[in-house]
Every structure is written in C-alpha cells, then in structure tokens.
Design a protein around this ligand. Sequence first.
Ligand SMILES: [Zn+2]
Length: 66
Amino acid sequence: MKQVSVREKVCRNCKRIVSGDTCDVCGSTNLASTYQGLLILIKPELSEIATLLNIKKEGYYAVKVK
Ligand SMILES: [Zn+2]
C-alpha cells in the first residue's frame, strides 16, 4: 500500500507535485510545502486545464500553491 509522503512539495513554477527537492518537469528548486487541491492529469494534451496551466506532462499537480 502506497503511503502519502509528508515531504511532498509542489513546484511554484509549474505546480507539479514533487517528492524530492527539484521539480522533475522544469528543474526548478522553487518549491512550496503547502498547496490546495490536487489535479491528476492523465492526458494533458487533451485537457483544457492542462493547456491553461501550460502543463505538458502527465502526473499530479496542485490546483493552488500557497
Ligand atoms: Zn516545475
């Protein structure tokens, strides 16, 4: 069973949920530890929200970064 890590952070640049200290999408180290909402993108190329947020890679994203 997968446990949700308390060390999860969110990239302020592209809003991707990351588990390390560097965003694996844009390479940014500008991470926030608090965020609201979770967006799961499976096919970003078909998603209007992904287009709006300029997300091109599937995965987990925060809706709002604090
Ligand atoms: Zn990023």
